[in-house]
Design a protein around this ligand. Structure first.
Ligand code: ATP
Ligand code: MG
Length: 417
């Protein structure tokens, strides 16, 4: 099924304007009858939903999985939301546990370490007085309220598995069809509440090849500075998600075009302004990002250390120019960034070692690094770098084979012991 096949004519109820939905009266949803490819929905998810509904609770698939199904993509995981409170969910599933302190969710465990997350409907909390930033997000609510508190319309669709109905309180089906990322409510307000949503908008536009609603786009310009107010580990995680989703190049392009990158990584944004001709750092960066996507396409997710290194490679190379001690030059460059972006010690250490050793690796003399776990990551970076310069990677292939052979030997001798 594709988006164009969606029958948007089977609406049963009308969507009321937001202001007409007071807390005491649940708003009716628009309903759409949609049949998904059965093989796309995990049978265990069906079991979870069925058991909840059999015991008198409301339960739906929600969020990214519904969005992906509608865009004819196989979801990577499934989230269930329900009217049942965490203790009630816990009581229904033997293999389950309550997690989280700030908001409590239930994890239902299945074979093969599969976990299905079940969340109780929540409603938008009141802002905490000082400005619009939301810090406390923990009040239980109804399904329609749960939809309203979500970030984008395409992420707030609920799927009733038993009846094959999409429930839409926010105009998400219209936006799926238009292939648009649109915030629920005023974009500026939603971005002030939680600036990380700006990065999420960029991520969905990049990964799913969607457009940005013009109002949202404008709001990015006004609000992007607020990203500096967000918790740094959340920002770091969203940057990594931009790189991991299979469309790193397009995602970083959108971040750059919208000016979001100027706020987060001005040193990178500056290099991208100068990407005319093949022999510029900017041109090489786009090729290095395309390398990440090629690896993803081949089923290989690069390590976080390699991702950070590739994102900042040209900036780090520039910092090393004319310096005898490359490790020191990279350390100095990373000093401020580690703070600003919450790059972990482990990653920063790996980045330093990789960039310091890069010229040696590329000339076939990797030295002691061969014995470290960083070596295969360094080979990935060296390959992306050589390819971005249009140079041969033959020397790396030999080292890769030798490393694999050594690794095999190691496991063999361990087994013997
Ligand atoms: P992905 O495929 O990257 O996992 P996702 O949409 O499932 O995409 P999650 O981060 O897993 O994203 O979040 C699950 C759902 O929670 C989202 O679909 C959205 O409805 C809601 N959500 C997540 N982050 C926010 C946020 N910052 N503000 C409001 N709602 C959010
Ligand atoms: Mg998800």
């Amino acid at each position: 099924m594709t988006v164009d096949d969606l029958d948007l004519g089977t609406t049963t109820e009308e969507l009321p304007p937001e202001s007409e939905a007071p807390r005491s009266e649940p708003a009716p949803a628009k309903r759409y009858q949609i049949f998904f490819d059965q093989s796309y929905i995990d049978p265990d998810v069906r079991k979870v939903v069925r058991r909840l509904t059999r015991y008198g609770h409301e339960a739906y698939l929600v969020g990214g999985c519904v969005r992906d199904l509608l865009l004819a993509r196989k979801p990577k995981d499934f989230d269930v939301c329900t009217s049942a409170h965490p203790e009630e969910v816990r009581a229904l599933f033997r293999n389950s546990r309550i997690i989280g302190r700030r908001f409590r969710l239930v994890h239902v465990m299945f074979h093969g370490r599969k976990v299905i997350e079940v969340a109780t409907f929540r409603r938008t909390p009141k802002p905490d007085g000082a400005g619009e930033l939301i810090r406390n997000d923990n009040a239980f609510g109804r399904a329609d309220e749960d939809a309203q508190r979500r970030d984008f319309t395409i992420n707030a669709l609920f799927y009733d598995v038993e009846n094959s109905h999409i429930l839409d309180w926010v105009g998400g089906m219209r936006d799926i069809r238009k292939r648009l990322v649109r915030t629920i409510g005023e974009p500026e307000k939603r971005f002030h509440e939680d600036p990380v949503r700006m990065l999420r908008a960029v991520k969905f536009a990049g990964r799913l090849d969607l457009g940005l609603d013009p109002q949202l786009y404008q709001a990015l310009e006004f609000c992007r500075g607020d990203l500096q107010l967000s918790a740094r580990p959340r920002v770091a995680e969203e940057i990594l998600r931009l790189l991991r989703g299979g469309q790193a190049r397009r995602s970083i392009y959108i971040a750059w075009e919208t000016g979001v990158l100027d706020v987060l990584l001005p040193e990178l944004a500056a290099l991208l302004y100068d990407a005319e001709g093949d022999d510029t750092a900017g041109a090489r960066i786009w090729k290095q990002l395309a390398f990440i996507d090629e690896r993803h396409e081949a089923g290989q997710v690069l390590d976080d250390t390699s991702l950070w290194t590739l994102l900042l490679l040209e900036s780090m190379k520039e910092a090393c120019e004319g310096q005898r001690d490359r490790a020191r030059a990279v350390s100095d460059f990373l000093d401020g960034l580690i703070e600003r972006l919450a790059i972990t010690r482990r990653c920063a250490d790996g980045m330093r070692r990789i960039v310091a050793a890069l010229p040696r690796i590329q000339s076939g003399r990797p030295g002691r690094l061969v014995r470290s776990e960083t070596f295969p990551l360094a080979l990935d970076v060296a390959e992306a770098d050589l390819r971005s310069m249009g140079e041969s990677t033959r020397v790396l292939a030999k080292m890769r084979d030798a490393y694999k052979e050594k690794a095999k030997e190691k496991t063999r001798s361990k087994r013997r012991r």
